[in-house]
Ligand binder design. Structure first.
Ligand code: PDD
Length: 281
């Protein structure tokens, strides 16, 4: 596999960053995941815009190659013959050659830019989309700037492990009784035909897939309400689902052992998945 590091396309075993890189020492880095279907990038512009916003919110410099990112994504797809899968991109504040809580002077460091591909053959035909997934709920103890896509993913990673230990697939995060989002996806419920998902704020990541799916839902005359919903409301919902760049629209059929509807994906989530995949390709 060919990996991009700071201007070079390298075999993965030669792709290296400093041990002093601030993303390694301080989680001082941001990332994006863009999916690739049939060799085509999905929602690239949205991911690029969010990357720019994440960098700005953390006072991080744009990497020199920022304006070439589309070309770098395409080049990696070409070099790795990527049909279906993902491109992972990470920017860190760089390495000042030491460990320091103080941000290094932007004149003295360059941000680190890394991109690599992950092949996932048949990504769009995931069997889980037909059966739906099961989630557990856990307390949302993450920091207060979840709108910034940082590489601080330890708690989401622990949440996913807790779900797997419980025989489930993923976890929904709950704060003051209200669902914020999934470990690595946005969360939705459907009640009486209405799609309900938490409003945008610093409490959740502003999902690129979320924006597209809500736009398609409204275009298809489906009713959408952006507001917080409780875990109890979710357990009493007709349907639930999640969205993300890697899972598109994925039905949720069980929450904390409570079966939603008849335990199979309902009407809304599979329809939105189909529309999203059709429109994105
Ligand atoms: N995760 N919420 C969180 C906490 C996320 O980490 C993600 C994405 C989303 C969905 O955003 P988008 O639709 O832009 O992918 C919501 C990526 C896929 C990941 O960490 O792998």
């Amino acid at each position: 596999r060919t990996v991009y590091v700071n201007g070079d396309y390298l075999p993965e075993e030669d792709a290296k960053v400093s041990v002093f890189d601030r993303s390694f020492l301080m989680a001082d880095g941001v990332y994006e995941v863009t999916s690739v279907l049939g060799g085509k990038l999905i929602d690239f512009d949205g991911h690029l815009a969010r990357l720019e916003r994440s960098l700005g919110e953390l006072d991080m410099q744009k990497p020199e190659a920022f304006d070439d990112l589309l070309e770098i994504h395409r080049e990696l797809v070409r070099r790795n013959d990527l049909e279906d899968g993902m491109i992972y991109l990470q920017v860190s504040r760089g390495s000042a050659g030491d460990r320091d809580f103080i941000f290094p002077d932007p004149k003295e460091v360059k941000p680190t830019l890394v991109l690599f591909t992950q092949s996932k053959p048949g990504l769009a035909d995931s069997p889980a989309a037909k059966t739906g997934i099961k989630v557990i709920s856990i307390e949302d103890i993450r920091w207060g700037r979840r709108d910034i896509k940082t590489v601080q993913l330890l708690y989401p990673s622990m949440g996913k492990m807790m779900a797997i230990k419980a025989g489930c697939d993923d976890a929904w995060l709950v704060e003051d009784g209200f669902v914020t989002e999934g470990t690595s996806n946005n969360a939705y419920i459907v009640k009486d035909g209405k799609i309900i998902t938490r409003q945008l704020s610093n409490d959740i990541l502003h999902g690129i897939t979320r924006a597209a799916v809500l736009r398609f839902a409204r275009e298809a005359q489906m009713e959408v309400e952006e507001r917080s919903f409780t875990l109890d409301e979710a357990k009493a919902a007709d349907e639930a689902f999640i969205t993300s760049a890697s899972q598109f629209v994925m039905p949720v059929v069980e929450i904390d052992g409570v079966t939603l509807g008849d335990g199979a994906p309902g009407k809304v989530a599979p329809r939105l998945r189909e529309i999203y995949l059709d429109e994105s390709l």
